[in-house]
Design a protein around this ligand. Structure first.
Ligand code: FEO
Ligand code: CA
Ligand code: CA
Length: 627
């Protein structure tokens, strides 16, 4: 009997309430135990820790063909409702979207651009309600060519203000009304968090001299969050949003001054995509505010249930091109936060809290940060990133833990971490506790750089590694520093030997994956994999795939959703009952322009550009997705 069971039925209180995922996990583990199941990890053999039954059932739906067209597709019997579009008003009295008269002030009251991560947070807080909740959505980028008429080569101040307001995060209350979801536009929970929102900087790097600016001599208060890619939720009902490609925001002479070497490792060249911002706002000018980039690249914690709360940059989790920050409660109540640093040859991280879930509002300020090293023998180690230990000393330029965190990449290299093929999502399966690490691709890896965990040179298709933590008292030990690992899939077309793809069980002809990015687990513990870059890798639009994670169909991916041309698929998120799947369609029409878009999805109106949007996918018969 799994000891998760003993917690089931506990009274919920605000400080100790279990996450929805935990609740699901406990129930489903029991279901799975009853059903039994077999588990085999290819690449390192069977690990013998199966507790899964339902995750072995192949997802049931009529598979889609590949698509290169200008709209989305779901299987027969499914409905995809466009729930929230870039520019949709989310505040009482907010103006409708008009791309020709858009301003920053208007955009601050509207749903942002480029939706990525999605969190469904049930209402009331602590419940498992699947009919009403808060949708927390990341807004990763703003694309001038698609959003502004005339494809401007140099942006005006007003256009830069729109861009700053369009990124960050949205919180929107939604409710189910019959077969449709409704956006409650006047809800007091609705909120935009943007590049302008006041943030608190917390943890070991807070106040450090390298985080101080003219506007904030304390180094503890910053303005805004940017390039919010994926994220995660915590057991105490907050959302973690990850600041990813922060190198795109700063202009000036990056090679000048004491930060020059550190900037280089973070690809801060002074010539990023948003280079015009520095013309109008000094904080993005490296020559005037050399420390501002050190105030980005963090994990930001947001309380969606308190609209007046100040988002907190949790520096204890380190600074990187963070793809995500996903949590798992360990056997002893402590919490692990997993994250990938999405850049070629960068690393995978986890943070383990000192305290137990719910024991402190600042739990994420105190704990141990680790970086991953994968060995060829099927073991992997989490190496502590702790100042004063090993090479992380003043002799190597680390005066304190703050330096270790600000330059986490260099610290990881010194410890001998394994350089990965662009680690995107790192997501624990709530049923099993196994952690799925998604490498999207790395066409720059050379034959000499191939290693056990990154087995292909010129990796065009990506792969997914599965980490198996040891068990303690029958539960996953997410605090462990030694785990087993193997491949879940080595993506690509297994029918084409030149791809070097490997699957434990063959995908369907249209079901092979390229460029995996985000993953989610349904209530049965089956994996759903979204992609970003199949147009380059395979010549077809990005998609969403599903597969069992155990049993005879383990890893046999099948295509559930295809996305409009130019877009990537992000944020897969299920309601607790598994009956709604939220998907973010990011940057439809990318590569074209406002005036000549390759699609006008989702409105198909001649006066509107393509708009990144969140879909709510349901089954016509009201059943669970994939059954
Ligand atoms: Fe924003 Fe790593 O994808
Ligand atoms: Ca991503
Ligand atoms: Ca990506």
């Amino acid at each position: 009997m799994d000891s998760f069971e003993e917690k089931d039925g506990e009274a919920v209180n605000p400080s100790t309430e279990p996450t929805i995922r935990e609740v699901i996990s406990r129930r489903m583990v029991l279901k799975g135990m009853a059903a039994g199941g077999a588990f085999g990890l290819f690449g390192c053999g069977s690990m013998g820790i199966d507790m899964v039954g339902s995750s072995g059932a192949a997802p049931g739906f009529t598979e889609l063909p590949r698509s290169t067209d200008d709209t989305h597709h779901v299987p027969p019997g499914y409905d995809a409702q466009v729930l929230l579009r870039q520019g949709d008003p989310i505040k009482a009295g907010a103006p409708d979207y008009d791309p020709r008269t858009q301003t920053g002030a208007q955009q601050e009251q509207q749903f942002g651009t480029d939706p990525d991560f999605i969190a469904f947070m049930p209402l009331p807080k602590g419940s498992t309600n699947s009919d009403r909740g808060l949708l927390g959505v990341n807004h990763e980028n703003h694309r001038a060519a698609i959003c502004f008429p005339g494809n401007p080569k140099q942006l005006t101040r007003e256009q830069c203000e729109v861009q700053i307001a369009a990124q960050g995060f949205s919180i929107v209350e939604i409710a189910r009304g019959g077969s449709q979801w409704l956006v409650l536009q006047d809800s007091g929970y609705n909120r935009r968090i943007s590049g302008n929102t006041a943030m608190r900087i917390s943890g070991p790097a807070a106040g450090n001299a390298r985080l101080r600016t003219h506007a904030d001599p304390t180094g503890t208060r910053s303005l805004g969050t940017l390039n919010n890619c994926a994220g995660g939720t915590t057991p105490w009902g907050t959302i973690l949003t990850a600041e990813e490609n922060i190198q795109n925001y700063f202009s000036g002479d990056a090679g000048k001054g004491p930060e020059a070497a550190a900037r280089k490792r973070y690809a801060i060249s002074g010539k990023g995509r948003y280079r015009d911002w520095a013309r109008y706002f000094d904080r993005f000018n490296l020559d005037k505010e050399p420390n501002e980039p050190n105030r980005f690249g963090w994990i930001v914690e947001i309380d969606p249930y308190d609209p007046a709360s100040t988002p907190v940059k949790r520096t204890a989790l380190g600074r990187a091109a963070h793809e995500c920050a996903t949590t798992a409660v360990s056997h002893d109540g402590r919490v692990a936060v997993y994250s990938g640093d999405d850049a070629r040859m960068e690393f995978v991280y986890k943070f383990v809290t000192n305290g137990k879930a719910g024991s402190s509002p600042d739990l994420l300020d105190h704990g141990t940060l680790y970086v991953a090293r994968f060995e060829a023998n099927g073991k992997m180690r989490w190496l502590p990133l702790v100042h004063g230990q090993g090479p992380l000393t003043a002799a190597n330029g680390f005066a304190s833990q703050a330096d270790v965190l600000i330059e986490m990449r260099r610290a990881g290299t010194l410890l001998g971490a394994t350089p990965m093929d662009r680690p995107e999502d790192v997501e624990p399966n709530p049923l099993t506790g196994n952690i799925y690490v998604v490498m999207t691709f790395n066409e720059r890896r050379t034959a000499a750089q191939v290693d056990a965990a990154n087995p292909r040179a010129n990796n065009k298709y990506g792969h997914i590694v599965e980490i198996i933590p040891p068990r303690a008292g029958g539960k996953p030990d997410h605090t462990a520093t030694e785990c087993d690992w193997g491949f879940f899939i080595v993506a690509g077309n297994p029918a084409d030997p030149s791809h070097g793809a490997r699957y434990a069980n063959p995908p369907s002809a249209n079901g092979w994956v390229a460029a995996p990015d985000n993953v989610a687990f349904d209530p049965k513990g089956r994996i759903w994999i979204s992609t970003d870059g199949q147009d380059d890798a395979g010549g077809f639009n990005d998609s969403l795939y599903a597969a069992a994670t155990s049993g005879p169909a383990r890893g046999a991916t099948r295509c559930f959703f295809t996305s409009p041309v130019g877009s990537e698929v992000c944020g897969p998120e299920f309601t607790p009952d598994g009956r709604t799947l939220f998907l973010a369609v990011q940057h439809p029409g990318d590569g074209s322009s406002f005036d000549q878009p390759s699609t006008r999805w989702p409105d198909f109106r001649p006066d509107l550009p393509p708009r990144g949007s969140v879909l709510a996918i349901t089954k016509a018969d009201g059943g669970e997705i994939g059954t």
